[in-house]
Design a protein around this ligand. Sequence first.
Ligand code: NAD
Length: 448
Amino acid sequence: MFQENTAAPDVHETSAAASGCDTSRRQFINHAGRGLLAVGVASALPVAAAKAHPAAGAVLPVGGPLDIKLPPLEAPTDPKGADPFNPDAPDRRVGYALVGLGHLTLNEILPAFGKCRHARPVALVSGDADKMAKVAQQYGIKASSCYSYQTYDKLKDNPEVEVIYIVLPNSMHHEFTIRGAKAGKHILCEKPMANSAKECEEMIEACKKAGKKLMIAYRIQYEPLNRMAQKAVRDKTYGATKMIQMMNCQNQAHDQQWRHKKALAGGGSLPDVGLYCLNTTRFLLGEEPTEVSAQIYSTPGDDRFKEIEENVSFTLRFPSGVISQCMTGYGSFNNKSYTVYAETGSLRMDPAFPYHGLHQERIHAPGGKQLKETPNDPGKDQFALEMDHMAECVRQNKTPYTPGEEGLQDQRIMEAIYQSARENKPVKLPAVAKMDAFRGEAPKEEEA
Ligand code: NAD
């Protein structure tokens, strides 16, 4: 799994060279995933093959399990290539409605369906009818499955939609989750879950009352390199973890975007990018912090920070003794990284939080000789993994790994962080003895 950094070729090149056919398949999906073809083509190919081939067509029911195994292309001493993609047949995939057609939906989420095995887009909700009509054409979504924010509740009558994915400004998550649950649909909601713990509680209650699942879109918890980091921490690969340092900052555009308005965003860098530091620390350790202390600073005279904060530095203390020091900012050059410091080694993710191109390095010194190791990045699409996990939870009636309770816990801790900065003193949090107290069932190995 690991390459030594010193002499080994680049890990991506190694795995690509080792699996020519597989690479071209992946390249095809990568390219196709950027457009409408991916969803239809990647999903339709196995069915078409099953129908076209007389023997296969005779035995395989359309919409039945289509798992295909192929012999390995490479020797066991070479890096292993990917297994066949094995998507569910289109009519067996869980149908998603996408609410909000902004940057995240158009640039990441809709293209990611091309890499999903269990999920497909079947409906759109937007306040901009012209944009929605274009997107609907791009992804082959029926005009009758396009809704405005006013007609959103009519999703109730659309049997193709099983999950509603809410990708709206933070202040709208609460209303659209509750209306979606009342419409009888499962909810996947973007982070931060809402603007207050009270709103989070109401969202959880509404989904419970409707008998529907609620998942918060913490993509990092489904991303393979971050999951490997979690395993190293939990397995004590380098002994006990002692300290963690996390950073997530970016320089915001000087415009009137909703992220700079408190009523819409709930806060500044903390609930947006700082949340990654908080949530990922909790995910790595499985413990809950018992104390937080924080400082906030915003550059005077900068219009972006009239209503919301620029920088937050916060420290989380955990029952095991681990201290996690986190920094987040909206006015400094992009940096999204963390380091875990353990007894006999350190593990660094840099970058740790972008959508693509993540990188992990581990440093330790077995036998006194310092080694740097770089795990292979399986290069999976985080949004596809997350949406497939939700689809599997719906199909198999499981609690998502990151349910509403996970979002609520983050919200409670963020409120304590703001309180600590305001009062300029540490704030205690209720002790939680159970590990992974707010998480559901972990994603299956094949999804990770
Ligand atoms: P965006 O501004 O690009 O898109 C927001 C969409 O909401 C737009 O289509 C806009 O028209 C619509 N909208 C409806 N009512 C609005 C209003 N009153 N004001 C402004 N826009 C309104 O934002 P985005 O980057 O796509 O973020 C959407 C959500 O996704 C946010 O909750 C954000 O935190 C989250 N997000 C998550 C990730 C992630 O990696 N998981 C990344 C980016 C954003």
